[in-house]
Design a protein around this ligand. Structure first.
Ligand code: SAM
Length: 252
């Protein structure tokens, strides 16, 4: 009986090894795998060219803590793409700890992604909470709906003299709504505004998503510097934060 068990164990471990090898070989053969590798190499080159001194993180909490240290003390705080509230609740908790009494406004349809753009994009139903808002800390305000229908009205209705934006975390996962928000936000940006892109770099079509939206808006109307990057250990997408250093007179 023991002999039989040992043999089964040995066979199992042999087949596991063969399977792993085949997976690796298949990966090496796959064109898409090569595309991913090339995309990561290009991301690395981008970071190399736009280095953020002391700004390379592999833990997103440390990365966000650093951004919170650098945000202007006046101005609005936003997150676009809230889902279950993981990032917004973390940011809100840290604001509390810092004694920063500002609220953070979170925008989401809570309906997930409207479409799947291509092989690399998220599945249509991923992140679908059927419109139900998650539980958030008291210093978070959630605005439900598609950002294309909520953000402009929200800004128009705000009864504040200073509607400048201090910080925004963009995590909508797609080019179109990200570009829309950045275009709408342009009049409210100022020198010092920090914009945190959840997945600027590091995956096959990064140049078609947040990066493209950034270059077509911020890149056209502002000067900016990169202040931090974060590649969490569990994912390949790279977060990147920029600070606005100058707005061109035509930006509005
Ligand atoms: C990647 S998830 C956000 C994850 C979240 N920041 C976290 O840390 O868990 C992206 C979210 O963007 C939302 N979303 C995508 N397009 C949107 C749009 N046009 N308007 C509003 N919400 C949208 C989805 O409903 C989804 O919850």
């Amino acid at each position: 009986m023991t002999k039989y068990l040992n043999m089964t164990r040995q066979l199992n471990s042999f087949f596991k090894r063969v399977n792993k090898l085949t997976e690796r070989e298949l990966e090496a053969e796959s064109t898409f795998f090569q595309v991913e590798r090339l995309a990561r190499k290009k991301s690395a080159e981008y970071i190399w060219e736009h280095m953020a001194p002391n700004g390379l993180f592999n833990n997103e909490q440390n990365y966000w803590n650093e951004l919170l240290k650098q945000i202007p003390t006046r101005g609005l705080l936003f997150e676009f793409g809230v889902y279950k509230g993981r990032s917004i609740n973390y940011l809100a908790e840290q604001l509390n700890k810092k004694g920063d009494r500002r609220r953070i406004y979170g925008f989401d349809s809570f309906l997930g992604m409207p479409e799947r753009v291509n092989k690399y994009g998220p599945h249509k139903d991923k992140y679908d909470l059927k419109g139900i808002k998650p539980v958030v800390l008291p210093n978070v305000n959630l605005i439900k709906g598609h950002v294309e229908e909520t953000f402009a009205t929200f800004m128009d209705n705000l009864k504040l003299k200073d509607k400048s934006i201090a910080f925004m975390h963009l995590d909508l996962g797609m080019y179109q709504p990200t570009k829309y928000i950045l275009e709408q936000a342009l009049p409210y940006l100022k020198k010092g505004t920090i914009i945190d892109f959840d997945e600027l770099l590091g995956y096959a079509d990064w140049q078609e998503n947040e990066y493209k939206a950034m270059m077509e808006t911020i890149g056209r109307y502002c000067d900016f510097e990169h202040i931090a990057y974060c590649e969490p250990e569990t994912v390949t997408e790279v977060k990147a934060a920029i600070r606005i250093t100058r707005l061109y007179p035509t930006h509005r």
